[in-house]
Write a protein that binds this ligand. Sequence first.
Ligand SMILES: [Zn+2]
Ligand SMILES: [Zn+2]
Length: 463
Amino acid sequence: MEIKFYGASAGVTGTCHILRVNGHTLLLDCGMIQGGKRLEAMNKQPFPFNAETVDAVILSHAHIDHSGRLPLLVRRGFKGKIWTQNASRDLCSVLLTDSARIMESDARYKNRKAKPGVAEIKPLYSSKDAQLALQQIQGIVYRQWQQVLPGVKVRFQDAGHILGSAVVELDLQEGELRRRLVFSGDLGQYDTPILRDPESPKRADFVLMETTYGGRRHRDRQATIDEIGEIISAAAETKGNILIPAFSVGRSQEILYQLASNYEAWGIDRFQVFLDSPMAIETSELYWNYPQLFDQEARLVKQQAGEMPLLPNLVLSRSSDESKAINKIKDGAIIIAASGMCTGGRILHHLRNNLSRAETQVIIVGYQAHGTLGRKLVDGVEEVRIYGQTIKPRAQIHTVGGLSAHGDQDDLARWYEGFENKPKVYLVHGEDEGKSEFQDYLKRRCEVTAGISKPGLVVDLAS
Ligand SMILES: [Zn+2]
Ligand SMILES: [Zn+2]
């Protein structure tokens, strides 16, 4: 009985841990490596196992850095079941379909631009592979034990990170040996809107724990919401458009929920709100259809209103014609569009049209990686290039921290403290610095010395 670290054991993307028990091989997640061309090229490399002999996958949640290589696994011969929470299964059908479509269109584009004689570029996987992977997904509910293989039972608890996200408990049996392994998946913050708080299992022998923000404290969430309110209220006077670049899954729904909850206080009735992203629209519909997974407050909203979000002036723009029509609007529009870091998607068109106007407000609500257009805007560069056009930003750029989908140092430790025993813990899904800072923090606060994962490291679960 052992666990071997493979993906996201250095860095935060490409999560995949290999569990061997009772002669079976299981994967905990099978995510895509993200973060620039050099890293992403690693997705093509062979797996350190034979995909044909993997017996099952347990998927913690639908984010691509956890689910994105499932179609590749299937393409390489994996025939088993992929166990995940029901809402994650539904989100996967949006995200994996989209991921395959992007790869196919990228490959087509590169082949078109390639010089004659250059070998044809093939996508990492096709839409067909994604459909096959989706058929292998088996959705289950939270809080019920499920036998997935002889000697392997699994139970999901809410991780509070995105809809359907799970903390995975594994009950493992090999002859006389019995072990409880807990994989945190990605853990959300406590007291976020819509979602429930992360749940801590009561007992474990070993815990694999994410540490994305293991070295950080988030800004107070309410202060962030208040700041967004101030920006929007003030913008009603200055007469400009408000652009909010946002990830399609999670962040877009939270923004809509906040706009609806503060409809009168923020003067939202003076605006037209556009959700300009087919994927965010699809994801939102999915979110609002899972009230049984909401926290109490959101469930009450859904019960009383019947529909969500309650925004009479919300326009869902699906087609590109609908999106282009927004270009004519010079003031009074709140535009929520992907991508969250302004690296592509429809937000680019809106930035091109609005960035040079002093009355425009851009609200940055998410993390912006180095090198992205979003980061350049945050850093206040003098000019940017969008679709070959040079633009000098004159818009007001507001960076509001505090809306992260990941818990911070305090949240992570609080989750660990939910265990009644003090299980052995290994830190995964974090940069080196975050992991070692969290290791120190956990030692001070909980008197536990956590191990740090490394690719290829094997932990004997019998120990
Ligand atoms: Zn995630
Ligand atoms: Zn993640």
